[in-house]
Design a protein around this ligand. Structure first.
Ligand code: BGC
Length: 337
């Protein structure tokens, strides 16, 4: 019995030593501000940021993450950033509410000497000529430790258009020689919305198809709004609508409900496209209730954002831009998975 007791005591000492060692661990303070917690896609993204940071922890390195909800309010988010600065965050990950406010916010963070990883909402900066953030901000950054992690929204738009072009009738259900579509857009301030709107249609015209835009409305990435806009358009234009392009899946899920309610059938008398590859949307593609979606790789993007944040914490050199590819998700793709 004594022996058992001694053994337990020895074990407790050893464990005590270990926990003493980890009490000595370096804890990095990470401030993350997300433009809006209720956004379906950004919910997956932010959860993965936390999970992935946790998975990288060791006995010696810990990450203390403060996750803030920007509530789609730039003033609220500016406040959060100021709190992050006061709290002495070691790195900040920022999903801007308004990309047009980027320089003001970036300026404050850079002035405080805190490295910054911008995600998902690309500040106006980048263009096809491949500017660096420094060039785009005309030297405000002075080679500061700032970068953007995202996906090139032109690619997602192109994939949406290609999925229509690849259909047997190329989206021209009534055979009148043109593809008649409606567009349901995300927040127009977001470059993702602008590019997806432009490039989905461009993929069709580039391939030589004639298109006709029946309706183009802003659904602000929101499912309820997407349903409402699609229902209105179906009432106004009826059978004329051959293709419904939605800038994201949340709005496409809403549109899918409106299409069902209107007694229309995806794949037969109408086509429906989204972006993100949310689980519910992939299921609809599998069931034939959506024509296709595009994987907006939240895992790849969140991991890239965390990996570069860790590099910044370690004082390693970084790039200005990190791009993660989109993937076309149509029925053939889902069935092959
Ligand atoms: C996603 C949308 C999301 C938006 C938030 C986009 O990349 O496709 O679903 O609402 O980011 O900024």
């Amino acid at each position: 019995m004594k022996k058992v007791f001694a053994l337990v005591l020895a074990l407790a000492l050893v464990l005590g030593c270990f926990s003493f060692a980890s009490a000595d661990a370096k804890t990095y303070k990470v401030g993350v501000s997300i433009y809006q917690f209720t956004d379906n896609f950004m919910t997956l993204y932010r959860n993965e940021i936390e999970n992935y940071f946790k998975s990288l922890e060791t006995d010696d390195v810990k990450y203390e993450i403060t996750m803030a909800d920007g509530k789609n309010d730039m003033a609220e988010q500016t406040n959060q950033v100021q709190n992050f600065i006061t709290q002495g965050m070691d790195v900040i990950i920022l999903n801007l509410v308004q990309t047009s406010s980027a320089d003001a916010v970036i300026d404050q963070i850079v002035a405080a000497g805190i490295p910054l990883v911008l995600i998902n909402r690309e500040p106006l900066a980048y263009d096809a000529d491949g500017k660096t953030l420094d060039e785009a901000y005309e030297g405000i950054l002075n080679n500061a430790q700032v970068c953007y992690v995202g996906a090139d929204a032109r690619q997602s738009g192109t994939f949406q258009g290609e999925m229509v072009a690849e259909l047997e009738n190329h989206g021209d259900i009534n055979g009148d020689g043109k593809i008649s579509y409606i567009m349901i857009e995300g927040d127009p301030e977001n470059i993702d919305a602008q590019y997806r709107t432009e490039f989905s249609v461009k993929a069709l015209t580039d391939a030589g198809y004639e298109v006709e835009c029946l309706d183009d409305q802003v659904g602000n990435w929101d499912q309820t709004k997407g349903q409402e806009l699609c229902a209105n358009a179906l009432t106004a234009y009826g059978d004329k609508i051959e293709v419904v392009f939605c800038n994201n899946d949340a709005m496409a899920l809403g549109a899918a409900t409106a299409i069902l309610t209107a007694g229309r059938t995806v794949g037969k008398d109408i086509y429906l496209l989204g972006v993100d590859a949310l689980e519910e949307a992939v299921q609809l593609v599998k069931d034939g209730e959506m024509t296709g979606t595009v994987l907006n790789d939240h895992i790849g993007q969140s991991h890239a954002a965390v990996d570069v944040a860790v590099k910044l914490l370690n004082g390693e050199p970084i790039e200005n831009y990190y791009w993660v590819d989109y993937v076309k998700v149509n029925k053939a793709y889902v069935d092959a998975q």
